[in-house]
Design a binder for this molecule. Sequence first.
Ligand code: PRP
Length: 198
Amino acid sequence: MGSEHHLAEPKRMEMDEHIQGILWTEKEIADRVAELGSDISKDFQDCSPPLVIIGVATGAFLFLADIVRKITLPVMVDFIKVSSYGSGMESNGSPQICNDVKIDIKDKHVIVIEDIVDTGHTLSCLISHLEEKGASSVSVCTLLDKPARRTVVMKIHRGKFYRGFECPDNFVVGYGMDYAELYRNLPYIGILKPEIYE
Ligand code: PRP
């Protein structure tokens, strides 16, 4: 601890052993996040600043932390918390906002940062909610998109849609994403072995 030097990396073997396969490595994620940050910076360079970056807690916390450092425009940062999954594996389809944004987003360009779009319920609810608060535009930037699971068509009226990777229909964890609140600190994104959650 402290300023001592460590020769070996701290062990996270136990978590790694629960992973069936890695989908995207730390480097692949970092490269894609840099591209998304660059795209956003170009697309919004002529919009009135600042951009408001809203992370969907908790899963988006790492993605948000990384992408804001790749956006070269002035930004404000806030989080919103939505509950829909409880302790189960499936969305119940009626997301509730439990912690709203604190920043006044009226007449501002907003980008919602998500780790994953699955059924689409969470983002559909959030887009409507943020538009009702008077945002000039509401865009979505999700690291993963699982189109095979979509049950709701997300309507983005005055914004853009960015996605990092198309995700296969597996249970994925890491880089912010959890199972039972664990695995969020894995630096890569991997498929969780079914025996862990079955
Ligand atoms: C996950 C994810 C999205 C949502 C996507 O959040 O972070 O917010 O589910 O699912 P949907 O498209 O079916 O609505 P989760 O409820 O697991 O909470 P977490 O971010 O705290 O992990």
